[in-house]
Design a protein around this ligand. Sequence first.
Ligand SMILES: Cc1ncc(COP(=O)(O)O)c(C=O)c1O
Length: 443
Amino acid sequence: MSSGEASPWMTDADTDHHLKESFMGRAGEIQPEPMFDPHSIRADFPALAREVRPGVPLIYLDNAATSLKPWPVIRAVQAYDVDFPANVHRGLHTLSEEATAAYEGARGKIARFLNASSDSEIIFTRGTTDSINLVALSWGRATLRQGDEILLSAMEHHANLVPWQMLAQEKGVVIRYAELAPDRTLDLDSFDRQINERTKLVAITAMSNVLGTIVPIQEITRRARSAGAVLLVDAAQAVPHQRIDVRALDVDFLAFSGHKMCGPTGIGVLYGRQALLDQMPPVIGGGDMVTHVDRAGAEWNELPWKFEAGTPPIAQAIGLGAAVDYLSQFPWDQVVALHHSLVRRAEALLSAIGGIHLLTPPNQVNGGVISFTVDRVHPHDLAQILDRSGVAIRAGQHCAMPLHQTLGLAATARASFYLYNKHEDVDVLAEMLQNAQKVFHRR
Ligand SMILES: Cc1ncc(COP(=O)(O)O)c(C=O)c1O
């Protein structure tokens, strides 16, 4: 937060009455929280000050793809390159010791952020995709046998789908899918019908990158445990938007990316339960992941380095540590309330326009994503015309083709929010969508 600025949150009284009512829900199922004030941190994000083209400021609503980076993260990455640009774990000189301390210090910050039992349970990877592939290639290859089953959901990102399909082909494993309920939340009855004694792995997203749907992970853990299955959670969207406690959730593996939570690209995390990681073979061989090598073979290093062959993304890991520090200073329930209110506002304004169809499950807690279609306007055309006004949204299938097939849609448009988005951003989105409709419907 920039120093000397106003209180970082505002009260309900600042919110429009009808939106507040909708935020609380008719049944009162969602407790009102004071909301975090995004204005208090916008100066931390230099990209928010730029113009997309002369006179056109940026309205960034593509946060589910990647978030903007705040100064403390930019400076932490720069400090490595400027002050101690050395390799880790190798040299006995000052710069290498400083780099190692910063790199391992970042790991410790992430372990505490997730409430992991130890730093050894935090493996640095290139991102969520890399983390999930690591589990598939190591745990999956070593453990799964022909006829074993993997249970996924109908809303998975390709990152939590294709690695399992590749493994299924290789090992003769069967993939099953828990379906969506009519309101596009996860259908737990369908989940119960698909899980059985052959299910060896449940791999599921904690939050859909298309629907914003939040999956009740504790419910999933309970079911996976009673089936004796291992549980992997794709938390690429959840870690940036919720506070995740891996011990309270009792998950076995959890994967996420730094770049969606104010951190740099090229860095992510695989959290793994130590007892499982200890048994797993490494996937990539090379320097740093061994304690002894001779002509005949090698002995693996201990955790977490067994899975971190070669020179790691040092600056990026340090940047992710800075992102964790940055996010940790905010009252998170209030940030969640802000994301929720932005979605509620978008729902209210967009559904009032007409010709716009929202995919977001109604009256549900939402992690800050709203996807929609507009009658007779292709999402790609929509994204391009909105870009003329500086509004950045995503269009396409968002790396979730099977979900779009289930929904019977060729493509969707998606606006996704983060802690620097303000209500005015939603208002501009709604106004620009109306303008786009006029342009396209005139043709
Ligand atoms: C739910 C989900 N899983 C996995 C990924 C893949 O993340 P990455 O590309 O950082 O590996 C994404 C990225 O959009 C995502 O939204």
